[in-house]
Each structure stands twice: as structure tokens, then as C-alpha cells.
Design a protein around this ligand. Structure first.
Ligand code: AMP
Ligand code: ZN
Length: 495
């Protein structure tokens, strides 16, 4: 494959490893997808932008990539430990619509958001509810091999049957055994055992249930990913991705049941993105107390400025979302586009490594190698952006070479280098982007932040308002605000 060997941090073993596919020239990737009971927030989007970056880098280097992202529309309970209720059923009760309507609505919005941040569509998007028969077959095979036992609550996987259970998460099994709470499910043999099949309660009907050898019920959450990944990628495939929260339970259990099923090793590379924290910022959270891509858009940000922000830190760094950070990303992205547009026109197609290499020579190739060095070292996108920024300032690079190089960067980064104009990133030229009530609410939040001496949040709110065209003035008698007149427009309120 083109360029340097690709090195990735494998959670399994906790080390950087050179990627070697099972089949030459092909990379098969499974990305744990959303549970479609609510909107996916901007934190969730990081998981898909990360998986998309992995895919783009693989393709850029010449691999043929098959990627599967599942849609979880049954089986994910409110607790990952087989307790609580199915998230889809709860949402159906909460919203007064069928589970099918819920799943369809949130899946649509999810796919729309992915498109906006230029996450390419998966090769296959399997839905859990369409694979229940296959899940039953898989669980039956595990039972036949002696890995499962029946309880009133359903069919459970016996984790003590595997000598290396918990290897992904480096679980301390003895500690878990000692620290286990009173078993929530009567008869469970080990605290780490998990449901392959959850039997319906005899006194109540579930919204989603199927017949099975273990009675009416629904599949366990982990089962779907093992079954659907093997169906569409082959029993053994190369890479499995997800957020770090999946390491201790979900991915640990996927590995356990799959290796028991296959009688040997399953997926060699496990990649996980760290979380982006949403706790700090108080502003403009949608219903449900979380931030959505649509919230960022409502504040006048282009979705690709969010992608730019994400790529500005390594996927394994834990970061905190702030409006100020997003504004910083927007400004940096805008400056970059300004410099590029001064020298090369918009247009053209993204270029793979080999295609770009063939069109460059001499010193221009060194810039391509700079990009390759960054992404081949565990997908260091922030470093790639730094190389690109430097390149955009380098007057010695002829415009023709620059155009080829930018097309190569865009293939990997997908931040609008070929098609966006700097102005596309500006907030729409409206007089006031906020409702008056919203301004008042933000000012009240700012007042509260100041009272509790949280000056960082207070400043952040003021900056935010300023950016949106609201001038805030603190006077001895209190705070006042007015809409700043837009350039070329008359001041609001005067005629
Ligand atoms: P879920 O719908 O809860 O299964 O989550 C979808 C994906 O988003 C999973 O890969 C999670 O690990 C990931 N995820 C959830 N919250 C965050 C966050 N704050 N930052 C980054 N990834 C997240
Ligand atoms: Zn999964």
C-alpha cells in the first residue's frame, strides 16, 4: 500500500501496532453505531468522524474498505449490565409513538447529521430488529457448545468458561467478584455474565418481543454486533471501532461470545475514541440537556467547522467542548480557506496518495510525505492540519502543486478545502440570530455565572452574544444590551 506503514493504537494490548490486513489490499471495519432512541449529540458524532477518518486514511493509502455501521433499534437497556428497560421501549412510552416511528425518526436525523459533517455512508447499515433470527441461531450455537445457561430471566453467557475473559479492558475479575453487588438477576453465576437472550416477564407484554427456544423475549445488546459484523464482513475481519465507554462491557462481551463461537481469536485491531465532554457549557442545549449539531447550526456555525474542531485534537485525547473552542476552529478554518483561495480556485476532486504522488515532483512530494507521516502515526489529524497550515503559507510552492496537495489533504480531512469559500463559514448576516427571550435567558445565565464567580463561563456567554451581534454593556445600574448594526445597515430601531 502507498506511503508509510499505517500504525494504529490497539486497545487490545495497549500499544501502537502496524496495520496488516487479513486479506491483502482490503480492510474490513465494523463501527458500533447509534442506539436510535434519541438524537445523537455532538459527542456521539466524534465516534463517527473518527471512524470516518480511519476509513479515509485506509482508502487514501489504497485499501479497498468495507465498513459496517449498525443501527441499534432493540436490545440496548438503560444500564449496560442487563438491568433496566429497553431504551427504545422507554422512548416510545415517553413520546407516545411506536418504537418503529422512534427508530425511523432518529435514524433519519442521525444520517442527515453524518452527511453534514461529511462522514461517508457505511457500505452496509444493518438494523438489529432485522437480524433477530440470526441472533437466535448464534445464541443457540453458544448454548450447544456449553457456553450458556438458562435462567428465568433468559439465556446467559458464562464468562468463567473463557480463560482470557476481559482481556480487552484488562478487567480485574477477582476484584469484580469481591466487589459485586447483590446479584440483580437471580441465578447469575458470575458478576460479568451477560444476557444473550432476555425473556419477557410473564406478567407483562413487551413492545418488542420474538419467539425463541428460551421463550418469548428479546436479544441481548452485545449479540447484534457479533452477528451482524460476521454476516457482512466475514467471520474474521480487521478492525472494530467505538467510543471508550464500550471497552469494559460491550466490546468485552462481543469478544467473549464471538471467540467462544469461533473457537479462537476474532478481530485483531480494536480502536477507541475518547470522549468529548459537554458538561461545561450551559448554552443552547436542546431538550434532553445535550448539544446537537442543529444547536451549533442555530448559532451560525457551519457543520464542517465542528469537524475541523474535532480533527484539531487527536481522537484519543479527552477534550471538553466549548463555544470559544468552536469559534477558534471556525476562525482558523476561515483563515486557511482565505489563504488557499487567494492562490487556487475552488473545485476539483480529492486525490489519493498515489494519484497525488504521480502529479508532483521534487520538493512538493515532501509535503505529501508530511501529511502521510502525520496520519500514518495513529491518525494524527491535528498534525496534518498543522502541516497544511504551514503549506498554505509557503509562497515557494507553485499554485499547481498546491492544488494537488490540497486535494490530497481534503481526501483525508474532508473539511471543505475544495468547495467552500471563506464566507461560507460566517454566521448568516441576520440582524439578530437569537430570539429576544433567548438573549435574556443567556444574560440571566451570565449573571448567575458571575454571582458564583465562574468568570470563564460569564465571559464565554458574553463573547458568544458578541459574535451573534449582541453588544452587552455593564453599567452601575445593571446590564443592558443592544443589537449591533450590521455593516451597511442602519442601526436597529432608527429609520
Ligand atoms: P450510543 O448511541 O450511546 O451507543 O453511542 C454512539 C457512539 O458514540 C458510541 O461509539 C459511543 O461510545 C460514542 N460516544 C458517546 N458519548 C460520547 C462522547 N461524549 N464523546 C465521544 N464519543 C461518545
Ligand atoms: Zn456494538
Amino acid at each position: 500500500m502507498a506511503g508509510l506503514p499505517l500504525r494504529l493504537f490497539n486497545t487490545l494490548g495497549r500499544e501502537l501496532q502496524e496495520f496488516a490486513p487479513l486479506e491483502p489490499g482490503r480492510a474490513r471495519v465494523y463501527t458500533c453505531g447509534p442506539t436510535v432512541y434519541a438524537y445523537q449529540h455532538i459527542g456521539n458524532l466524534r465516534a463517527y468522524v473518527f471512524a470516518d477518518t480511519l476509513r479515509r486514511v485506509l482508502e487514501w493509502k489504497g485499501y479497498e474498505v468495507v465498513q459496517v455501521i449498525n443501527i441499534t433499534d432493540v436490545g440496548h437497556l438503560t444500564s449496560d449490565m442487563d438491568e433496566g428497560e429497553d431504551k427504545l421501549e422507554l422512548a416510545s412510552q415517553r413520546e407516545g409513538r411506536s418504537v418503529w416511528d422512534i427508530a425511523a425518526h432518529y435514524t433519519d436525523v442521525f444520517m442527515g447529521d453524518l452527511a453534514k459533517v461529511r462522514v461517508r455512508p457505511a457500505t452496509v447499515w444493518p438494523r438489529a430488529t432485522e437480524h433477530v433470527e440470526e441472533m437466535i441461531e448464534f445464541a443457540r450455537a453458544l448454548e450447544e457448545k456449553g457456553y450458556a445457561y438458562r435462567l428465568e430471566a433468559g439465556l446467559f453467557f458464562d464468562t468463567s468458561k473463557l480463560s482470557d475473559y476481559g482481556k480487552l479492558a484488562l478487567l480485574d475479575l477477582e476484584g469484580l467478584q469481591e466487589g459485586a453487588r447483590v446479584a440483580p438477576i437471580p441465578g447469575k453465576r458470575n458478576p460479568t455474565d451477560f444476557a444473550l437472550w432476555r425473556a419477557s416477564p410473564t406478567d407483562a407484554e413487551r413492545l418488542m418481543e420474538w419467539d425463541s427456544p428460551w421463550g418469548k423475549g428479546a436479544p441481548g445488546w452485545h449479540l447484534e454486533c457479533s452477528v451482524m459484523s460476521m454476516k457482512y464482513l466475514g467471520e474474521r475481519f480487521d478492525l472494530h471501532t467505538g467510543g471508550v465507554d464500550h471497552i469494559p462491557v460491550h466490546h468485552t462481551n462481543e469478544i467473549a461470545q464471538s471467540e467462544a463461537y469461533l473457537g479462537g481469536a476474532w478481530v485483531p485491531y480494536w480502536l477507541h475514541n475518547e470522549f468529548i465532554g459537554l458538561g461545561e457549557t450551559k448554552m443552547s442545549k436542546s431538550k434532553g440537556g445535550t448539544l446537537l449539531l442543529s444547536d451549533l447550526e442555530r448559532q451560525g456555525f457551519h457543520p464542517l467547522s465542528y469537524r475541523f474542531l474535532l480533527l484539531g485534537s487527536h481522537y484519543r485525547n479527552q477534550t471538553e467542548f466549548t463555544w470559544r473552542g468552536l469559534e477558534g476552529a471556525r476562525v482558523a478554518q476561515r483563515r486557511l480557506l482565505e489563504r488557499l483561495r487567494e492562490r487556487i480556485p475552488a473545485g476539483g476532486e480529492p486525490l489519493a496518495y498515489d494519484q497525488a504522488w504521480a502529479r508532483l515532483d521534487g520538493s512538493a512530494r515532501a509535503h505529501l510525505e508530511g501529511l502521510d507521516a502525520a496520519v500514518s502515526a495513529d491518525l494524527k489529524t491535528a498534525q496534518a492540519l498543522a502541516v497544511l497550515t504551514q503549506l498554505s503559507r509557503d509562497a515557494d510552492v507553485p499554485a499547481g502543486d498546491l492544488a494537488v496537495l490540497v486535494a490530497a489533504f481534503e481526501a483525508v480531512l474532508a473539511v471543505g478545502l475544495l468547495d467552500l469559500a471563506p464566507e461560507d463559514l460566517d454566521p448568516p448576516a441576520r440582524e439578530l440570530m437569537l430570539e429576544v427571550g433567548e438573549v435574556e435567558r443567556l444574560l440571566a445565565d451570565r449573571e448567575e455565572a458571575r454571582r458564583s464567580r465562574d468568570f470563564a463561563s460569564a465571559d464565554e456567554i458574553r463573547d458568544m452574544l458578541d459574535r451573534l451581534g449582541v453588544e452587552v454593556q455593564d453599567t452601575p445600574t445593571g446590564t443592558t444590551w443592544r443589537v449591533r448594526p450590521a455593516v451597511g445597515q442602519r442601526e436597529a430601531g432608527r429609520d
